[in-house]
Design a protein around this ligand. Sequence first.
Ligand code: BES
Ligand code: ZN
Ligand code: ZN
Length: 490
Amino acid sequence: MSIAFSVTRSNPARAATPLVIVALAADAPMPRALVALDKACGGGITLAFRRKDFTGAKDEALLLLSPGAGPERVLLVGSGHGDVKGLTRAATLGGRKATALGVGRAQFWAEDLEGDRLEGAIAGLSLGSWEFRELHSPVPAAKRKKALSKVALHVRDVRAARAPLAAGVAVAEGQRLARRLAMLPGNICTPEFLARTARDIAKRHKLGVKVMGRRDLQRLKMGSFLAVAQGTTQDPKLIVLEYKGGRRGGAPVVLVGKGLCFDTGGVSIKPAPGMELMKFDMSGAAGVLGAMEAIARLKPKINVVGLVGSTTNVVDGDAVKPGDVVRASNGKSIEIQNTDAEGRLVLADVLCYAQRYRPQAVVDAATLTGAVVIALGAVAMGVMGNDQALVDEVLAAGRRGGELGWQLPLFDEYKEQLKSDVADLRNIGGRGAGTITAGLFLQEFAEGMSWAHLDVAGTAYSETDLVVMPKGPTGTPVRTFVEFVRGRAR
Ligand code: BES
Ligand code: ZN
Ligand code: ZN
């Protein structure tokens, strides 16, 4: 459920609310604005600092119960350095704790809540409250906790808060959508489901939408995409979403997402343990759909096209086999030596499709290689591209959005590894530099476009609890996409 946010100029000490969340930075004196609130909870805030029960450090949280009038509880959350990043994280933790408490309503206080700080706080509160319960049986009424449904934030200027409030909600709704899609299993979140989601986004925000199926892919001669889809009776989908906020006919930014609703590996089958994670192999597509949701709400002055290539990589008597040779829609022949390197086969044809837009830039996102998990772990996504300025721009966008990236080189020398005896190229590059050879494979289909590639296999899904979010989808790369597009619209 989404939170209804509002802003207020009242004094938190007098708020009749079950909870006030207070974000405080480390090593800073208690703000004067909190003197009354401190008094209202029996001096608990100053006492907590004095006893060092709470210092304001990152990820610290302390719940104070207040006996008198005013708020029933005060939750202190540490914002570390107190910058936008720290504040956003503190708000996320606050949202998560408030949800666990089941208070239903809350208020939020932090120093100088305006502009980027307000946007970050709103996005954080919304994301912290995110849960995935829709496939569990309903909790009996007596045990049910109230979802966090209303939050008021304390600001100085109510009018100036309107834009950052809307932006924070926009970004959070995009990320919430992406997380939900990545959490849903392969039997529910199918290519058809992603297509329906795209149609729903288009309908709510008046975007252009087009969904193509197997017949259309045949007409478009997408032999590479079709090869992956030939093992499943589910109709593969090439999904197009068009947001037109810029000049009519102005070159768009094109966002591309890998949408493998499940990846068994195909005939080159994956080992059984942990295979269930491969429901997340549509995280790039979820990133595109989430970003389009956010962009449609933010309304930047730029044209943006979202493309999703979606199918399921499964085993079947008619499935593609190692050694098969197929032809992508740009005419290049590909020897499929490993059917588990399927994402690049789908993206090859989707990148060819992007060419028709003569885009100002193309950024794709894909859970493309296990190798990027080895290289960069769960901390940074792998970033590559054929245009250094674009790569730098994407890395900066990721930093602004709290999604770290690290560049890997697409040196020509690695191309040797993609040579085939029977076709223009093969779809695997041997043991070394697996993320780079996957990137180089994609580059063959991005010729003439300014293109960057995000390998999010390590960052889209967390296998541990991350303090501010449960195990599961992180929402990466929604923020990188959104910040990149906002940057281009400025
Ligand atoms: N979806 C996987 C990538 C992946 C692997 C993501 C492990 C997260 C964890 C992709 O389709 C794949 O299987 N890639 C192969 C490529 C190899 C056969 C060249 C891989 O990385 O093992
Ligand atoms: Zn695979
Ligand atoms: Zn895959």
